[in-house]
Design a protein around this ligand. Structure first.
Ligand code: HEM
Length: 538
């Protein structure tokens, strides 16, 4: 497969997202339950709902696409556009809902997942949290982040029907699809008085104390992704379609103008629970797939019945190669989990080099923020740890999932170290890494050195999204061990990382041979490598 500038293939990107989806308490955490509020807005701001913000962010990013020109779409350009009037939304702590959204994604940032892919994933996770019966929206990955702002053009509630229709048409959505998109989006969340005082309050459906800070919901079930808004609009019951229908400020009645623009034919066709859900899954999928020309997206993500959650090679002090990690399965796709997972190590020609069995499976705790989050049923993880024979090039798990193994060149975690001094305020300072790598001696030419790359989420001006930067370093020969030559090098993080941190990775290259990437750090503080405060002694 083609690799991007960070040496990452589409398969790697798919796997990274499957790993998050199958690890309860990661990407589902900020949106579970559906009313969860990751950033705890102060009490005087009502209706701050992370799931609704994540869904809305998709609209505000994709809608400025020009599909004929092949520009824009879901490309995280929204990160540079947070302060625009057309992107008005809850703002507190001096930051907009868009920055809050991106900083939430940054908690899980890693070089495999672009911010644009996170925006798409955020919608999938939100729908799952707000309707546990929804199948995963068809989620493809491979979006590429913009490096600056895109054009303006997000429709505002005061814009005319023609202007909104034109914006959607430019982004590839006809009038019917526009109506569907609005009805689907306005199933959860609310309009906030703090942003839209000219809308909320003048039909006085909701207002909280202190006055002027209320949130007026689109329907009676703002915490459920469902057909209630459409039904209440059509029957004139409950919230009657919400504030963008009922506000006495006629200019601001954008949902009303849009819904009735085809005599309600489209919304009527979405009024049953099943037709609403099916229509919305298709509409959201189209939004997510609106990407700049030249972007290659993966096939839709399963997630697959069996994957690995983490794997790594290592070398024992006596030079024996070890391979270990975690296997994961989910009951929705794979059914009942076996007591142990079986696998084979294969050679390049496909013959079996060794068979193996994992440790006993461990049922994962799917309790997230006090509620059970089980979009994929029960998740069982199995750890494994083997010595593996020379010549193994892949592992095949449960006859279903295959992962490549590069025994020619790999980072040796048990002989690599991190030194992370503390800042005067006690927070983690800039980390340095001492990296040892094993290269098969039969491949090492005399005097050869290796190039290491450290992948780092740098802050970038005017966007909360990280810019992945690469710092290279040289590893030189240290010693031989078994059939391997050990190379050693050091790298220091190039500065303070983007807000939210995430995972940092390191890999090494020898000519065209590239090692697997190894996780160098895990959030702030903890580490995959051993700790060592004086590299001259480790
Ligand atoms: C003409 C098109 C649209 C207009 C004029 C519009 C307008 C608005 C306005 C004024 C708000 C209130 C924001 C706030 O007070 O924080 C809002 C909220 C929202 N919109 Fe739209 N919208 C449109 C289309 C869409 C679409 C296509 C989606 C689909 C993703 C969507 C999803 C949402 C969501 C989920 C919220 C709730 C946000 C929250 O509770 O924080 N909107 N919209």
């Amino acid at each position: 497969q083609t690799l991007d500038a960070n040496g990452v293939s589409l398969d790697d990107k798919v796997l990274a997202i499957e790993r998050l989806l199958l690890t309860p308490g990661t990407i589902d955490f900020p949106v579970t339950p559906c009313d969860f509020n990751l950033n705890s807005a102060p009490n005087n701001i009502a209706g701050d709902q992370t799931a609704a913000q994540w869904v809305r962010t998709v609209f505000h990013d994709f809608i400025t696409a020009d599909t004929k020109a092949g520009t824009g779409g879901l490309d995280a350009s929204i990160g540079f556009e947070a302060d625009r009037d057309e992107n008005l939304g809850i703002t507190f702590k001096g930051t907009s809902f868009i920055n809050e959204t991106i900083i939430g994604f940054n908690l899980f940032a890693e070089v495999y997942i672009s911010t644009a892919d996170f925006i798409a994933l955020g919608l999938a996770a939100s729908l799952n949290a707000c309707d546990s019966g929804t199948p995963l929206v068809k989620l493809r990955v491979g979006r590429i982040d913009a490096t600056g702002p895109g054009p303006t053009g997000v429709p505002k509630p005061q814009d005319s029907l023609t202007s909104a229709t034109d914006a959607f048409a430019k982004a590839g959505f006809n009038k019917t699809e526009m109506i569907q998109a609005v009805a689907c989006g306005h199933s959860i969340g609310s309009v906030h008085k703090i942003d839209f005082p000219e809308i909320v309050g003048n039909d006085a459906t909701t207002d909280v104390s202190p006055p002027g800070t209320g949130a007026d919901t689109f329907d009676s079930t703002p915490l459920k992704f469902d057909n209630t808004q459409v039904q209440e609009y059509l029957t004139g019951t409950g919230k009657r379609g919400g504030p963008l229908v009922t506000t006495q400020n006629v200019t601001m009645q954008s949902d009303l103008r849009i819904f009735k623009s085809d005599n309600n034919v489209t919304v009527k066709a979405m009024s049953s629970a099943a037709s609403f859900r099916n229509t919305c899954l298709t509409t959201f999928e189209k939004m997510l797939n609106t990407v700049p020309a030249g972007t290659t997206l993966s096939n839709p993500i399963g997630p697959r019945p069996w994957i690995t959650k983490e794997t790594h090679l290592d070398l024992s002090p006596s030079g024996v190669v070890q391979f270990s990690g975690n296997i994961s399965t989910q009951s929705k796709a794979a059914g009942a989990a076996p007591a142990t997972a079986s696998y084979v190590y294969l050679t390049k020609s496909g013959s079996t080099a060794k068979t193996g069995k994992s440790q006993a499976g461990r049922l994962q705790n799917t309790n997230v923020n006090g509620v059970v989050s089980q979009p994929f049923g029960k998740i069982t993880d199995y750890s494994f740890n083997d010595t593996i024979p020379a010549g193994a090039t892949s592992i095949k798990i449960q006859n279903s999932y295959t992962e490549n193994i590069n025994m020619n060149l790999f980072i040796v975690p048990s002989q690599s170290f991190i030194n992370q001094p503390l800042n005067p305020d006690g927070s983690a300072g800039i980390a340095s890494y001492l990296v040892r790598t094993a290269l098969l001696t039969s491949l090492a030419t005399s005097g050869s050195s290796l190039t290491g790359t450290f992948y780092f989420p740098s802050p970038q001006p005017n966007s909360a999204a990280p810019k992945w930067t690469r710092t290279t370093f040289t590893l030189t020969k240290e010693k031989t061990l078994g059939s391997y030559t050990i190379f050693k090098g050091q790298v220091t993080e190039p500065g303070v990382h983007a807000t939210g941190t995430g995972l940092h990775h390191i890999d090494v290259q020898f000519g065209s041979v590239r090692s697997a990437k190894v996780i160098a750090s895990f959030f702030t503080g903890g580490s995959f490598f051993g700790k060592c405060s004086d590299f001259t002694k480790c």
